[in-house]
Each structure stands twice: as structure tokens, then as C-alpha cells.
Ligand binder design. Structure first.
Ligand code: ADP
Length: 267
């Protein structure tokens, strides 16, 4: 059996997806990027192959994507995150949701991608200049509230009443605003819900730049946060589709492209 790998070297995490000859996901791995992400990417790929019992020689084509993609010289090819994200989303939603709009929130950026009926990218908008509305912002909020990022969802749903409004549009000022809210005896739950709604509003502004078309897919690490998902759905007034493994969509797209570039069907 031959295998194809997609490696998404993000600012926060390295995501690797491996597909088989039938383009089916054979396995995946998520590990921290760190400053030596190039070294970690090689190591993580080795570990994943080991875990899956795949011989290195059976991995016949690798495509790198993401912020650090050009430094991963072992890849046979590299592609932009936008293309990889769209391909991965189409594959992950196949038969479940007819997607037309992708929202991606990563560690240090957020994107909105608009697709045509065939799943081709027709437009995209990106925020990579400001931490507000990114995973980094959620990490800083969680740290200040002394909770883990994977607890944010639970806290959100325990909030009672109208979520607090967080007015600062800059992550640095929002941090001091949050500390002020804590000082004024507001609950952690209400602050978390307020943060989620403030991110939701920012993301919706970004999505509006490409046009909101139904069939909305949300991916990236923060899509694991059910509180944020709910805030975006409420603000949009529409349901959104979350894939089984939201953090690996872009690496899955790169793995599928690896399969197509290798031209497996023609060999
Ligand atoms: P990048 O591709 O830029 O490296 P990711 O899509 O991997 O970014 O997203 C990283 C972010 O995802 C983290 O900053 C964190 O806020 C969020 N995240 C990761 N795991 C979880 C989780 N289990 N629950 C909630 N949020 C998470």
C-alpha cells in the first residue's frame, strides 16, 4: 500500500495527515510547532509513520503547507494554505455538508474562504495583523483566567444572562479589560462568553468581506471550542458544520493533493 502525507506547519501547531491509495485518512498527528518547527515536523512525521506501522518507503509523496512550508525541504511540493484548506474541507464535509464558505481560525491568523459549486476558491479574506480573533487571543484569555483553552467551551455554557461585552479591539487592551472585569467581580464564565461573542463579531466581519453563503464550515484549533462555535452560530443566525478533526483540515487537503500530484490513478 502507498501513502501520501500532508504537513501543515502552522504558527502554533504542526498537523500531519496521511491518506492511503483511496484518499482515506489513515492517521493524523498534531504537535506543537515551537521555534524549531522544521526539526519538529520531521520528527513528528517519523513518529506518526511508526505509530501507524507504515514503512518510510511506502510514503511516496509529501506536500507541505502552512506558514513554515518552504522550510520543509523534504516535501515533494508545497502549496498555499488557502488551496489546501479548501481541498481538505471539501473532503472532510463530503456527503455531510455542501460547503460554500470556510471560516478558519488558527493560532495567529483568521481567514474566510468562499467556494464555488465545484469547491474552487473564488475569494478569500485574511486577518494576520492582529491577534484579536485568533487562537493566540484565546490562549492569552485562558491564561489570564487560569483555565485551559480546552475548558473555554464548558465555561461559556455555564455563563448566565447576557454575555459581557468586551469592547477593546486590540488583544493587548482586551487583556487589561479582562483583568478589570475580574477586578469588578464578574465571573470567569461571563467573561469567557463575552470573549467568544467579541471574537464571533470580528470573524463575521471578515466573512462578510467574501460574502456569507450557506454551507459554512469552521476549522482550525479554535473550532474545538464549542462555546465559540455557539457564539458564531448565534451571531450569524445560521448553523455551521464542524468536521470530526477540525485542526487537521489543511493538512488533509495537502495529503489529498499529494495523492493527486503523484497521479496514483495513472500508475
Ligand atoms: P495554526 O495552524 O496557526 O498553528 P491551529 O489551527 O493549530 O493554528 O490552532 C491553534 C489554536 O487552537 C490554539 O492557539 C488554541 O487557542 C486552539 N486550540 C487548540 N486545541 C484546542 C482545544 N482542545 N480546545 C480549544 N481550543 C483549542
Amino acid at each position: 500500500m502507498h501513502y501520501f502525507a500532508g504537513i501543515d506547519i502552522g504558527s502554533t501547531a504542526i498537523k500531519i495527515a496521511i491518506v492511503d491509495e483511496n484518499k482515506k485518512l489513515a492517521g493524523h498527528k498534531i504537535s506543537a510547532s515551537g521555534s524549531m518547527f522544521y526539526k519538529y515536523a520531521k520528527q513528528a512525521l517519523k513518529e506518526l509513520l511508526n505509530e501507524l506501522g507504515i514503512d518510510e518507503k511506502d510514503l511516496v509523496y509529501t506536500v507541505a503547507t502552512g506558514y513554515g512550508r518552504k522550510l520543509f525541504k523534504e516535501a515533494d511540493e508545497n502549496i498555499s494554505e488557502i488551496t489546501a484548506n479548501a481541498m481538505g474541507a471539501m473532503a472532510a464535509a463530503e456527503g455531510k455538508c455542501d460547503i460554500k464558505t470556510i471560516i478558519n481560525i488558527g493560532g495567529q491568523d483568521s481567514k474566510a474562504i468562499s467556494l464555488d459549486d465545484q469547491g474552487n476558491v473564488v475569494n478569500f479574506a485574511m486577518n494576520d495583523r492582529c491577534a484579536a480573533g485568533t487562537g493566540k487571543f484565546l490562549d492569552v484569555v485562558a491564561m489570564n483566567l487560569e483555565i485551559e483553552v480546552d475548558e473555554l467551551g464548558e465555561y461559556h455554557f455555564r455563563s448566565k444572562g447576557t454575555p459581557l461585552s468586551i469592547n477593546s479591539t486590540c488583544a493587548v487592551f482586551a487583556e487589561s479589560e479582562i483583568i478589570g472585569l475580574l477586578g469588578n467581580n464578574n465571573s470567569v464564565e461571563d467573561i469567557v462568553a463575552g470573549v467568544h461573542y467579541s471574537i464571533a463579531k470580528r470573524i463575521i466581519k471578515l466573512v462578510k468581506r467574501v460574502g456569507i453563503k450557506e454551507g459554512i464550515y469552521f476549522d482550525g484549533g479554535p473550532a474545538l471550542n464549542s462555546g465559540l462555535v455557539s457564539a458564531i452560530e448565534n451571531e450569524l443566525g445560521k448553523e455551521i458544520f464542524i468536521p470530526e478533526f477540525p485542526q487537521i483540515t489543511t493538512s488533509l487537503g495537502a495529503a489529498i493533493l499529494a495523492h493527486e500530484s503523484y497521479g496514483y490513478e495513472n500508475k
